[in-house]
Design a protein around this ligand. Structure first.
Ligand code: IVH
Length: 696
């Protein structure tokens, strides 16, 4: 019986429902806003189902702040109009992306406030300018009752059903119940969520789904989801929210500063972006703009600038408005992440597994902070759907560390002599552009592939890089420049030949001295003693990643057994379905792949055949215990400590929660150690951990 079940005994359904609502809303806050869940998803689901069951039996117990009300609702014919009692304003945009943009704003504010040169600097609250769409959330007595878009600023649309599906939007404010409290903020989509959504869409389109499309950028995807009439579809679009201000507020003491207001919003359980600061004067603004600019690519969402707001609310009131814009705020831009340019040609690149990716060769353009001259077109269907042709003017997007992509064609700029609609097979005359092998596109697949395998130089290069990568054979010093030379110079044709490289041959290459050559040879030798799972991963079998390699090694224990396993035996491995099983079979059914394996074994590669299994079968003294590693341990790397713990049956988790049994802390341990102390979780050092492993 779980703790919550125990506490549910002899409670009236109404009391129990109220208790569950409160617990679920708190866990949603911990999960979505703080990103620090305290209970596993399964436990949340269990509580949720319990509440659903009570509400099904007692319809009168359903409240608007019940988490069961987030999803569901009916398909609408249209959105009702919502009049904003306090208009939703916009802010003036400073397009001068240099520091002058910030200095001009400060100078203007000082002028308006009639400050003399000798007067102290003005204090500003600095925030990010989120690239999504503005939403007003209306809370009455602490409960979310309505969500509306900005519309023309006076009248927006009622999108409550869709906004409710956003886990980060609290259904009830924490600790306050003013009669009316309107929160203003931005609904946006995180970059990772956007990429995953588009990838899913591309798969659907490849499988023949009708009426599906990919989205141009996270902003459009977010706007589309908010204005989706079917809330079930909106719920599948992963949206996020940041609060940055208030609208109508009744009977709530307004803080004296904007910074104080944001802190108060955060305390109510609203997501407020942590990237904010209160600074003094123009120098403070310039520093904020510069620092955020340097981190822009690393943020998990798009921003198109930062926002400066005069911090003191009294000064804001003195400054007032010009038409629809406050005089006390400005948005200071960064260079755009989308630009227009012209397609000079379309090339096709060959990936490690032979995947053929069309790439637009562009008139170089400065976008998202760098000059871009290539942008991915993803695959043939995408290219045709967007109808990208040589000569077209296109919009290119480069955001974060995501590779640049062509998002759309500017139709009215198509020249008369633009190229023909894209046809990958025709363009390549059915042959791989690198090795000339036949290309194929299987039914239900989005990609064309080269059938050349390791005969293809492009695939060979990437296969070598993959083989040498840290999680595979871990050969330090074998980077892409070197691999280019080795393959292009025909110094190595197959993976096994790597192990025949001598210091003399390597030292003769560009940018290779005696010393680096000797280091590489040593690294190659060191890599020869490996594990079956690393070796399996290193082979680069399509769809066999780290987890599958580990499971295969564990299940079969020997390479020969895997190489000869029929499909049904392969499918008996956890998470191996028919497609992965077929991919493994296809790989080992090819004679040249088997030869590569034999030659590698002949070159001296060794692993303990039954290691994975023995370990699995060995007693597991730490089974059921969850560990978290933090900081640098004196002798063990993070990976080695993890392997030792896992070998003893322990689970190694990434974050500390009430479920954590032990935290192993090393040098410079940070917030995880604080969290452990806060929750009273036992803390060990490396010696303590070793003692525990030995003891058992
Ligand atoms: S404040 C009175 N703060 O930018 C000022 N707006 O034209 C009201 N935006 O549509 C807006 N990030 O959706 C403010 N940190 C931020 C913002 C922000 C993005 C959007 C907002 C509005 C537009 C302003």
């Amino acid at each position: 019986m779980s703790a919550s079940e125990r506490s549910s005994g002899h409670r009236s359904p109404a009391r129990r429902a109220a208790e569950l609502r409160e617990q679920l809303n708190r866990h949603a806050y911990l999960y979505y806003v703080l990103d620090a869940p305290e209970i596993p998803d399964a436990e949340y689901d269990r509580l949720f189902q319990e509440l659903q069951a009570i509400e099904a039996a007692h319809a009168e117990l359903v409240t608007p702040d019940s988490p069961t009300q987030r999803v569901g609702g009916t398909v609408l014919a249209g959105f009702a109009a919502v009049r904003h009692t306090v208009p939703m304003l916009s802010i003036r945009t400073e397009t001068d992306t240099s520091e002058d943009g910030a200095r001009d704003f400060d100078a203007r504010i000082r002028r308006e406030l009639e400050l003399a040169d000798g007067d102290p600097p003005v204090e500003y609250a600095c925030e990010l300018k989120f690239d999504g769409l503005a939403i007003s959330l209306r809370y009455e007595r602490g409960v979310l009752v309505q969500a509306a878009t900005r519309g023309d600023g006076e009248t927006g649309e009622d999108v409550t059903q869709n906004i409710r599906t956003i886990g980060q939007v609290p259904l009830r404010l924490q600790g306050v119940e003013p009669p009316v409290f309107e929160v203003r903020g931005e609904v946006y989509m995180r970059r990772g969520d956007f990429e995953a959504l588009n990838e899913r869409q591309r798969q659907r389109i490849a499988q023949g789904a009708k009426g599906e499309k990919t989205f141009v950028n996270p902003r459009n995807a977010a706007a589309g989801a908010v204005r989706q009439l079917d809330p079930a579809i909106a719920a599948q679009r992963p949206l996020s929210f940041f609060a940055y201000g208030v609208g109508e507020v009744r009977s709530w003491p307004m803080p004296k500063t904007h910074g104080g207001l944001l802190d108060a919003l955060a305390a109510m359980g609203l997501p407020v972006c942590a990237e904010r600061a209160v600074v003094r004067g123009a120098d403070g603004l310039v520093r904020f703009h510069r620092e955020v600019g340097a981190r822009r690519d690393a943020l998990p969402f798009d921003i198109d600038g930062v926002v400066y707001k005069v911090n003191a609310i009294a000064l804001q009131e003195r400054l007032g408005f010009v038409t629809r814009e406050p005089r006390w705020a400005v948005a200071h831009k960064y260079p755009a992440q989308e630009q227009m340019t012209v397609v000079r040609g379309i090339d096709v690149q060959v990936g490690r597994t032979g995947k053929l990716t069309p790439v637009a060769k562009l008139e170089p353009v400065f976008v998202g902070g760098t000059t871009v001259s290539n942008a991915t077109l993803h695959n043939e269907d995408e290219t045709r759907r967007k109808d990208v042709r040589v000569g077209d003017t296109v919009i290119v997007r480069r955001a974060g560390d995501v590779i640049p992509e062509v998002v759309a064609v500017v139709a009215e700029r198509r020249p008369r002599d633009a190229g023909r609609p894209f046809d990958l097979h025709k363009l390549l005359h059915g042959r791989c552009p690198v090795c000339g092998s036949a290309i194929v596109r299987e039914e239900g697949e989005a990609d064309w592939r080269c059938t050349g395998g390791l005969f293809c130089a492009a695939q060979r290069k990437q296969a070598i890089l993959h083989f040498a990568s840290r999680r595979a054979m871990d050969i330090e010093g074998l980077g892409d420049k070197l691999v280019d030379q080795l393959v292009d110079g025909e110094i190595i044709r197959t993976l096994p030949e790597l192990y025949k490289l001598g210091v003399a041959k390597l030292a003769a290459l560009e940018r290779m001295g005696e010393k680096s050559a000797a280091n590489l040879v040593a690294a190659l030798e060191a890599s020869m003693r490996t594990t079956l799972e690393r070796f399996l991963l290193a082979l680069g079998i399509r769809l066999v990643g780290e987890a599958t390699a580990k499971d295969l090694a564990r299940q079969f224990g020997s390479l020969d057994r895997i190489m000869d396993a029929p499909l049904d035996e392969l499918q008996a491995v956890p998470d191996v379905g028919p497609v992965v099983a077929q991919s493994i079979r296809t790989f080992f059914d090819q004679r040249h792949n088997r030869e590569v394996v034999e030659q590698l074994r002949a070159a001296g590669l060794r692993w303990d055949e039954h290691e994975g299994r023995r370990r699995h079968a060995a007693p597991q003294p730490l089974a059921g215990k969850t560990f978290v590693l933090t900081g640098a341990l004196p002798t063990l790397s993070r990976e080695d400590a993890k392997s030792l713990l896992e070998a003893a049956g322990a689970k190694v988790a990434g974050s500390v929660s009430k479920k954590t049994d032990y935290v192993v802390a090393g040098e410079a341990a940070g917030s995880k150690l604080d969290k452990a102390r806060e929750l009273g979780v036992a803390v060990l050092d490396e010696a303590g951990m070793r003692a525990m492993l030995a003891e058992r």
